[in-house]
Design a binder for this molecule. Structure first.
Ligand code: HEC
Length: 446
């Protein structure tokens, strides 16, 4: 008996190894199983809005012919005579492959600078493929992207390094618009510092904003810019230029700060150290001159020494005459959930529209227990269609929709978030990074 229990895992090992040698090592199969299926298919599968928009299905069986020799749906790439994956082989094949442009993180500055119309890099949200995965795909394309045969060394996949975007650099102020600069400020050791800072924008009339660029020193959990609800009385507004801490040094919420959050209107924000948020031509958000901008910064310092935080925000404006649609922001947030300890819990909430809307962009916000966040259309002819998916709480992709998602009054979006609460405490909605959140941000117009 004793020997048997010891043998069983060994036998399994043997079986799974021999299976691999038998069939699984064709390079293309490895790409499908190790890269496309886990990292792309949740978005690029039959029936999702993303598959419709990108024209690309990467599920097993469909993916090879969807990639190799196929014309891109992206117009700029098509006009540049690219194919999604070229089978010409060599550097020429690589140079003609749109897929390589979209995933090659090490050429990101070139991609963003020279190809503004190629869409986002894949997978979206700065969660780049590893260097090993990139090299593996690269040698497959250079070998002519065959469906059969072993043309890349599987050992390459052991390299788990990943491209890291350049470190913090102060932003130059925008040509049209204005800049906000917060800090530098200190974050004490083993402490989460979250504070607000109300800044006078000195605007004499409402302006229209079509791009927000944010750059932060490392260590930030989130950064948000708030305006205020239109009917907010001046007595409810905070004073300009003062840091308002959310927590007292003992960790308790500082109530006067909480009071100033009641009339907040979300204007922009990010969980990433660097964000460049652009609206499509003709679409802009209105920034009321009646209020300043309340900057909200949250840094998490889990180290034993002080860290320094700092944030630059560039607000780009366009003339009113160039704006066809004024985008409004929404935040669909659920605060009434509870995640029992040592359990995986899935929360579903549906938010219904009370007018006909067109949605242009969405992204999720949750904290580190979140393992999956899916958004589907609820009601109407597209009921059940997946419009958003992520398994990355830290870098949730910001997805743009072209065509826009049209929802009629009474239809809505169904949010399904899964959390793996590995701690031994119940976790609920809250503001600490150890609390959880379930929010969908985005913009729409009527
Ligand atoms: C979070 C959802 C999501 C994930 C995950 C994702 N994509 Fe995409 N993909 C999109 C969206 C949305 C578009 C269309 C807009 C764009 O190109 O930015 C797109 C477009 C593309 C295109 C361009 C297609 C064309 O013909 O224009 C390629 C190629 C692509 N994705 C490959 C991948 C690969 C490879 C992966 C996995 C490594 C991946 N994507 C993961 C959402 C996703």
């Amino acid at each position: 008996m004793k020997y048997l229990t010891k043998l069983i895992p060994f036998l399994f090992l043997l079986i799974s190894c021999s299976e691999k040698v038998g069939e699984g090592t064709e390079t293309w199969n490895v790409i499908q199983e190790e890269i496309l299926t886990p990292q792309c298919v949740n978005c690029h599968m039959q029936g999702t809005t993303i598959a419709k928009q990108s024209g690309l299905i990467l599920s097993e069986g469909a993916s090879y012919s969807a990639l190799v020799g196929a014309l891109p749906k992206n117009l700029a790439a098509k006009n540049d005579n690219l194919v999604i994956v070229s089978n010409e082989g060599g550097l020429k094949g690589l140079g003609k492959s749109f897929l390589w442009e979209k995933i090659n993180a090490h050429d990101r500055e070139h991609y963003l600078g020279d190809h503004p119309d190629y869409g986002q890099m894949m997978p979206p949200g700065e969660n780049f493929l590893t260097d090993g995965q990139l090299q593996f795909i690269r040698s497959w394309i250079e070998a002519g992207a065959p469906e059969l045969g072993i043309v890349s060394d599987e050992k390459l996949l052991l390299d788990s390094n990943r491209y890291e975007p350049p470190s913090f650099q102060p932003l130059a102020p925008p040509e049209t618009g204005f800049q906000l600069h917060l800090g530098p400020f200190e974050v004490p050791p083993n402490y989460e510092r979250e504070f607000f800072h109300y800044t006078d924008t000195k605007l004499s009339e409402d302006v229209f904003v079509n791009r927000i660029q944010i750059e932060m020193r490392p260590g930030s959990h989130h950064f948000i810019l708030y305006s205020f609800e239109p009917d907010t009385k001046s007595g409810r507004l905070p004073a300009f230029g003062v840091d308002r801490e959310l927590r007292d040094p003992d960790g308790a919420i500082h109530t006067p700060t909480l009071m100033t959050m009641l009339n907040h209107q979300f204007f922009g924000g990010t969980q990433w150290p660097r964000m460049d948020y652009k609206l499509p031509p003709g679409v802009a958000m209105r920034l009321p001159s009646q209020f300043g901008l309340d900057q909200n910064v949250h840094y998490v310092n889990r180290s034993d020494s002080i860290i320094v935080g700092e944030v630059y925000s560039n607000i780009y404006t366009v003339e009113r005459t160039k704006v066809n649609h004024v985008a409004e922001l929404f935040a669909m947030s659920s605060v009434d959930f509870s995640l029992p300890p040592k359990k995986v819990t899935t929360i579903t909430r549906t938010f219904y529209m009370n007018k006909n809307v067109k949605i242009g962009q969405i992204f999720s916000h949750a904290h580190e227990l979140m393992t999956e966040f899916v958004v589907k259309i609820s009601g109407g002819s597209r009921d059940g269609e997946v419009v958003y998916w992520t398994d990355d709480w830290q870098h949730p992709p910001i997805l743009e929709y072209d065509p826009l998602i049209e929802l009629n009054s009474g239809e809505g979006l169904m949010l399904t978030a899964t959390y793996d609460n590995s701690t031994d405490q119940t976790v609920k909605f809250g503001f600490l990074s150890t609390d959880e959140m379930m929010i969908l941000f985005g913009w729409f117009f009527e």
